[in-house]
Design a protein around this ligand. Sequence first.
Ligand SMILES: Cc1cc2nc3c(=O)[nH]c(=O)nc-3n(C[C@H](O)[C@H](O)[C@H](O)COP(=O)(O)O)c2cc1C
Length: 168
Amino acid sequence: MEKVGIFYGSSTGNTESVANEIQKILGDDIAQLIEVSDANASDLEKFSNLILGSSTWGIGEMQDDFDVFLPQIEDANLEGKKVAIFGCGDQDTYADSFVDAIGIIYETIENKNCDLIGKISTDGYNFDISKAEKDNQLVGLAIDEENQSDLTNERIKNWVDQLKQEFN
Ligand SMILES: Cc1cc2nc3c(=O)[nH]c(=O)nc-3n(C[C@H](O)[C@H](O)[C@H](O)COP(=O)(O)O)c2cc1C
């Protein structure tokens, strides 16, 4: 598999833990972890496979570092790259903006001639509205450490198995 860049923003460590676990499963010879506060458009362009992760804050807002990073994604040439998205959120307290950051990243990349991979079913989640939901699917992996932490490891493992197929 081509090298994978995992770019993430995390305020209290949850998205960072998920990013670490994804890297562990893919292997650190394949996957490199990059905090978005240290990265720019040319860092994105070094990888043909990208995984982008942000938690959601405020009401449906990007994590602070990822918010600053979004213009770098807009500036980057992502043509032909495969891109997967993940994020952490709380579907109980924020049922009307659950993992919106995943949807905002999606909207940023959707017209950039890259291939979105890693969509998943909404089964097992319980929220009302999410920008991450398009055509009855989530456009990336949603992790909820507040309400469903018991499902986190299995969700990550299944998603990375899916990515291993879809990255090739
Ligand atoms: C003030 C506040 C606002 C939040 N807003 C949202 C939200 O709009 N949607 C959502 O899904 N989660 C929301 N969350 C939950 C966080 O996204 C969740 O705790 C996440 O795991 C944090 O990840 P991080 O530690 O990587 O930043 C909010 C949490 C707090 C404390």
